[in-house]
Design a protein around this ligand. Structure first.
Ligand code: ADE
Length: 225
């Protein structure tokens, strides 16, 4: 999978891709990630990329021309399955969307800044808009890193233990059950007996029951779907 990220702050983005699972995916050639600094497509000596909004109001808006130039340049070299805009005024990212995107070949992720992008960018180019939650970040860079992490770890071959993504929270719209490791007793707190029993059907049944219990308590809305 190839991911092209258009950003005003490429340095803010680098670290998540240079560590842990995303680095591993890149090292194994299962993912290619490229950063494109929007400023390089800006106007004049100052490489202007934003301007005041028509109609007045606080906050600058990213202009369409620099973004269009960058997207058109990328599109000239290959076809893209999705052009995604990270923005808080969109549907919230969930596991189903991450699963869906992990099967794509080429995607562009556009990160917003300031008041966001000129609406015409969204109308002309964007095929999918994603928020990572009901709060506003300074820019879409961290949101893009979150999206990439959620997607890249699902690409076949990235995770060492292939089954572990399948047992993640949300993979079946349930939160994960509690997990334990050694010691089996800590300051009088014991690991549930069933997990030490070696009886795997019983362990599976216990885990499912706990997953439902946890989901009902913390995220009952997931059970409505
Ligand atoms: N940009 C700013 N806030 C965001 C959010 N919550 N999700 C995605 N992109 C954003």
């Amino acid at each position: 999978m190839r991911i092209d990220i258009i950003t005003v702050e490429p340095d803010l983005l680098r670290s998540p891709f240079e560590n842990s699972m995303m680095k591993r995916a890149i090292d194994k050639n299962l993912a290619e990630v490229y950063f494109h600094n929007l400023r390089e497509f800006g106007f004049g000596n100052y490489r202007q990329i934003d301007d005041y909004q028509f109609g007045g109001g606080a906050g600058m808006v990213l202009m369409i021309e620099p973004i269009a130039k960058c997207i058109e340049k990328l599109k000239a070299d290959r076809e893209y399955d999705e052009i995604i805009y990270m923005t808080p005024d969109a549907k919230t990212l969930n596991q189903a969307t991450a699963n869906h995107l992990s099967l794509k070949k080429n995607i562009i992720i556009l990160t917003g800044h300031y008041k966001g992008v000129d609406q015409r960018v969204r109308d002309k180019y964007i095929t999918k808009e994603i928020s990572i939650g009901d709060y506003v970040l300074t820019g879409g860079e961290l949101a893009a890193a979150v999206l990439c992490d959620a997607v890249i770890r699902l690409i076949p071959g990235v995770l060492g233990d292939e089954t572990s993504a399948l047992t993640d929270s949300f993979q079946d719209n349930l939160l994960s059950p509690p997990v334990y490791t050694r010691p089996s007793e800590y300051e009088g707190m014991k690991v549930p007996e069933v997990l030490l029993s070696g009886n795997f059907p019983k362990i599976e049944a216990w885990r499912t029951e706990k997953a439902y219990e946890r989901t009902e308590q913390i995220r009952p809305d997931l059970l409505d779907d």
